[in-house]
Design a protein around this ligand. Structure first.
Ligand SMILES: [Zn+2]
Length: 317
């Protein structure tokens, strides 16, 4: 459905494109912090080169050595898992990352189930309040979900995303929007592999060792975020690109920026930190003023004026 808009023409209302894709990508060479979470991003080409590194699938001692230079850009959970690998690889240097995670899986799975079941309990409570039909559907969903999480070897692993989608479907017709959001908000607290070490271990223990290694890095990879999503006819060029880490880009989906701010309350401050960095690079002859000015304008309107970047330094020589 997005292919139709592939070619973007410069219409009279549209200012010239400030930076080419290549010029924008080159900015990732300069330790740019993510627009949303503020974490430093990795140049996507470096990540592409890592895809071919056979060492990452080999024994943990070697894989750790290869990943060590990137420890600084790893996000918090990934860094904790990497440190676990560092310690374990001293004791079991010949095991690979998957074998090490499997050794840790049971204990982390118990911890994860504990967190999940307390959230499911809170969700189940709403059976008392919801209209009868919805309460019945919710009961069914919770029975199925409990079957998965309490079974040590379920047919299909639990998926947070599928669960939330099913829950949203059940609540679709609920007129009380406040109640609906309240329930979904509780479900959103279900841990993701990016929020809890236990969820990372359980999810990744099923994966190949080289994939586990890449998953330690992947959230930090720099991407072009379509500030107006493509499905809403957002442009496919630097007039509409924000520099965001892969984690923030993927977690936004196509939600509007005010929702992204709700999930990431520090986004306005982080966007300012990024803008300051872009301004200081511009003063060294890297990047273009027009990109920063456009970014300011686009973020201001798309965030309902919540992100109000101060770019006055751009004009002080
Ligand atoms: Zn981010």
């Amino acid at each position: 459905m997005e292919k139709k808009n592939k070619k973007t023409l410069n219409t009279p209302e549209c200012p010239p494109i400030p930076l080419t894709r290549k010029e924008l990508k080159d900015l990732f060479n300069y330790h740019i912090p993510c627009l949303c979470c503020g974490e430093e991003m990795l140049h996507p080409d470096i990540y592409m080169q890592m895809l071919d590194m056979k060492e990452l699938g080999g024994n943990a001692a070697n894989a750790v050595k290869f990943l060590e230079p990137y420890e600084g850009i790893m996000h918090s959970v990934e860094k904790q898992v990497f440190n676990m690998f560092k310690t374990m690889s001293k004791k079991y240097p010949n095991k690979n990352f998957q074998e090490l995670l499997i050794m840790k899986k049971d204990i982390h799975e118990l911890a994860l189930v504990k967190i999940q079941s307390s959230i499911f309990n809170k969700v189940s409570f709403y059976r008392r309040i919801l209209p009868k039909k919805m309460a019945r559907q919710l009961r069914k969903l919770m029975i199925k979900t409990n079957d998965i999480i309490f079974d040590p070897e379920p047919h299909k692993p639990f998926s947070r995303r599928i669960f939330i989608n099913k829950l949203k479907n059940i609540l679709k017709q609920l007129e009380n929007k406040k109640l609906k959001n309240e329930i979904i908000e509780i479900a959103r607290r279900l841990p993701r592999s990016s929020d809890e070490v236990c969820a990372f271990v359980v999810k990744n223990a099923r994966k190949k060792p080289e994939v586990i290694a890449l998953n330690l890095i992947h959230p930090s990879v720099g991407t072009f975020e379509h500030l107006t999503p493509r499905c809403m006819k957002g442009l496919n060029n630097s007039l509409n690109f924000g520099l965001e880490c892969s984690y923030c880009n993927n977690s936004r989906h196509h939600y509007p920026i005010p929702i992204q701010i709700e999930e990431n309350p520090y986004m306005p401050q982080n966007a300012q930190i990024q803008a300051d960095k872009l301004i200081s690079l511009y003063k060294k002859g890297i990047g273009k003023k027009e990109y920063i000015e456009n970014l300011r304008e686009v973020l201001y309107w798309l965030s309902d004026r919540t992100i109000d970047l101060d770019i006055s330094k751009l004009y002080i020589s």
